[in-house]
Ligand binder design. Structure first.
Ligand code: NAI
Length: 725
């Protein structure tokens, strides 16, 4: 006989049954086979012993309530095993339906995170109470993994909140609410302050509602806000596709589309049929490639990266207490804020007291905004600001156990500022530079303790961008690497680790995206089509507009330096077709980008984009030179992916997860791909398909698309890009 291994049955003498979710083999409860079996056993027992039961409390013995679908299972689903997933899903739905129609009150006592499947379990309960702890997160984030809630989540949120709110507040954005916001938005009924109160409130509900049922099982029930058949609703419906377009930029994200379809179609039929519709749309997503890409990147890779798969083993973890930030410009100001927010004391140094104070002013603005929006309290904001000391005095850096330098991008200047402070800060302080282009090994030559010197490349704006690229110089020690890793985690950012090389990983690879877009303009392709191609490929910023943001002069400077370095090393420089376009834009037309008031776009007086510069068509566009739209998109995607493989060959990158995460979080490589190397893995026809297509692009557009030897070898051996862990 099957037993319940993951759900414990505890019954008291008043007839209240507490079902305790407690998978003995995992740190969190998931919807694995053991759970599905247990749920069936428990449901049978509830029905058999119905008459002796007064009510049911569903809660968990783990830190989280329930973690949702088992992603290790889901990532392996193929079109061949899809039917199995469909049947298994329907079985769970049937059991949950049996519990919600038991005729006895069932209460979810949500003691921690209830995301995805966890929230779906709670939705099948008549009453939901959430414990107000920092760990409590409630919602349906499936969309962020390319999936939809397939455990009744679409069917029930639509019936609970109405189609519009279900879609906008829960399903399409994947918002994760804390306990209070979940209550305010109608996802749960009550909040409890302590575990004791949580259970007491659950019991109180049972006492007061001996014959509970769901709103949708109550006579006369109608979906709140109406259904598409309803004239009032029909008037709002056209807003949804527009919302979808805005959310996905026209890029190939199938999940929002399936969610919308499941919600709308499911609202027009009875509950059981809606469950089947939801299951079909769910399985279609789970069997497809894009959910696999997204699960790989946003779950497995992210977890590997954040949990320290690349952190040197055996170095004791250390926390930074006081950090010196050198340079209070755009980056220094942002870094100071990020550190102070994480509770670290910050000494923010610039050339004058005024410049340093101005840097602190940036944190003051961010704090005021956060308070105004209710994201933090005045008290917390004041405490954050009190941790930042602006100064122009080197002596104030005494005792700092880490230094992050963010002065102008100039080797001599960086050497000078490190010389000034090295003897003042703690004798073993970690020494970091936020350079975006200069070799770390060369910068390290300016300090005494080269083993403690490392690159810490933040992205702008620092408060929003989740990634930090850690760059190991030739003489950087393992201890410094571990400490840099710990510091990045301490400020809640995601660290990837690369070896020193010009442009590191991120700056070098994003350069290929920009170059490809600009090159197409030079070939005579309509500039508006180039922008559209980037958007529809899923890039968050269009290519020419991004070029304008970064300025056209910066790549020229980097190109000149790189070219000099290549030639000094005895190599020959291969010019990229983008170069002549950039040169003409700057030299002939005086258009240097947004900060110069004119670039590929025109700008208004106050710096707003005012459309593509009409001169582009006049000077560059050649009618009839359009190329297939798919080629446009794939030239950008392939250019980045192919160079990432070269970086692996060169040993600059040492981890596939770092490449995937770094590309999506740092430089806007489209999320649906699962990152720059997962894009290759998931390409139609796998690696051999990718190689064949790269050769085709090389034939048409130039040698830079010739697949590197490592890629060809892997394709021939039938391998994919994965980390051996
Ligand atoms: P910025 O020009 O806004 O700020 C530089 C600051 O350094 C100025 O406030 C300046 O007064 C100060 N400074 C100059 N000499 C100093 C000295 N001797 N002591 C103390 N402070 C001094 O420049 P930004 O954009 O903040 O860049 C700083 C560094 O960060 C550069 O190395 C840059 O390459 C790098 N970086 C920039 C990114 C960006 O998006 N702007 C992204 C990642 C890295």
């Amino acid at each position: 006989m099957t037993e319940s291994t993951t759900i414990r049955w505890e019954q008291d003498d008043t007839g209240v049954v507490t079902l305790v979710l407690d998978d003995p083999n995992q740190s969190a409860n998931t919807m694995n086979q053991a759970f599905r079996d247990s749920l069936a056993v428990i449901t049978d027992r509830l029905e058999a012993e119905r008459d002796s039961i007064r009510g049911v409390i569903l809660t968990s013995a783990k830190k989280t309530f329930f973690a949702g679908g088992d992603l290790r299972d889901l990532i392996r689903v193929t079109p061949e095993t899809a039917q199995e997933l469909f049947d298994g899903g329907l079985a769970v739905k049937r059991d949950l339906r049996r519990i919600e129609t038991l005729g006895k009150p069932v209460v979810a006592a949500i003691n921690g995170a209830a995301l995805g499947g966890g929230f779906e379990l709670a939705l099948a309960c008549h009453h939901r109470i959430a414990l107000d702890t920092p760990g409590t997160r409630i919602g349906c984030p499936e969309v962020t993994l390319g999936l939809l809630p397939g455990g009744g989540g679409v069917v029930r949120t639509v019936r609970l909140l109405g189609i519009a709110d279900a879609l906008l507040k829960v399903l399409l954005q994947g918002t994760q609410y804390n306990a209070r916001r979940a209550r305010d938005n109608g996802l749960v009924h009550e909040v409890a302050e302590s575990p004791e109160e949580l259970i007491a409130k659950a019991r109180a509900f049972i006492d007061a509602h001996p014959e509970s049922r769901q709103p949708w099982d109550t006579p006369g029930y109608k979906i709140p806000g109406g259904t598409p058949a309803h004239p009032k609703f029909a008037a709002n419906l056209p807003a949804f596709p527009a919302n979808l377009r805005k959310q996905t930029n026209g890029a190939p994200y199938p999940a929002p589309r399936n969610i919308l379809a499941a919600a709308v179609e499911g609202s027009q039929v009875d509950f059981e049929t809606a469950q089947v519709i939801e299951a079909r749309y769910f399985v279609e997503l789970a069997a497809g490639q894009i959910s696999k890409n997204m699960i790989q990147a946003f779950f497995f890779d992210l977890q590997a990266v954040n949990s320290g798969a690349n952190r040197p083993k055996g170095v004791e973890p250390r926390q930074v207490r006081k950090v010196a930030v050198l340079g209070a410009g755009m980056m220094g100001a942002g870094i100071a804020y990020a550190c102070a927010r994480a509770g670290i004391d910050v000494v923010l140094k610039d050339v004058s007291a005024e410049a340093a104070a101005k840097g602190k002013g940036y944190s003051e603005k961010l704090c005021a905004k956060a308070v105004a929006k209710g994201r933090t309290t005045q008290e917390k904001a004041d405490a954050l600001l009190a941790r930042i000391t602006p100064t122009a005095e080197t002596a104030d850096l005494a005792g700092c156990d880490a230094v992050i330098e963010a002065v102008f991008e100039d080797t001599a200047l960086k050497h000078k500022v490190f010389q000034e402070i090295e003897s003042v800060v703690a004798p073993d302080a970690l020494l970091c530079s936020n350079t975006s282009t200069l070799p770390i090994t060369t910068l390290a030559e300016g300090v005494e303790r080269q083993a403690d010197f490392i690159g810490l490349h933040f992205f702008s704006p620092v408060d929003k961008m989740p990634l930090v690229e850690i760059i190991k110089g030739e003489r950087t020690g393992e201890e410094a690497l571990a400490r840099a890793f710990d510091l990045v985690r301490q400020i809640n950012k995601t660290p990837i680790v690369v070896n020193d090389s010009r442009g590191f990983f991120t700056s070098r690879v994003i350069g290929h995206f920009l170059n490809e877009g600009v090159a197409m303009v030079g070939e005579g392709v309509e500039p508006a089509s180039v922008e559209q191609a980037a958007a529809q490929a899923g890039y968050p910023a269009k290519v020419l507009s991004l070029m304008d943001e970064l300025t056209l002069t910066l790549p020229r400077k980097i190109r000149a330096e790189t070219r000099r370095a290549v030639e000094e090393a005895g190599g020959t420089w291969t010019a990229h077709p983008a170069e002549t376009v950039v040169d003409r834009m700057v030299d002939e037309f005086g258009r240097t980008g947004r900060s110069g008031g004119a670039g590929f776009y025109d700008y208004t007086e106050d710096g707003k984009r005012a459309g593509l510069w009409p001169g582009l068509r006049e000077h560059f566009t050649k009618p009839g030179h359009d190329i297939p739209f798919r080629d446009m998109q794939e030239r950008m995607l392939f250019a980045e992916a192919l160079d990432t493989v070269r970086l692996l060959e060169e040993g600059v990158l040492t981890s596939v997860a770092d490449a995937n995460i770094g590309s999506v979080l740092g430089i806007g490589f489209p999320g649906w791909t699962g990152g720059v190397l997962q894009y290759i893995n998931g390409y139609e026809g796998g690696l051999p398909g990718f190689v064949a297509r790269a050769r085709e692009l090389a034939e048409r557009y130039g040698d830079r698309f010739t697949p590197p030897a490592l890629l060809v070898a892997k394709a021939e051996k039938g391998e994919t890009f994965t980390d051996a862990r």
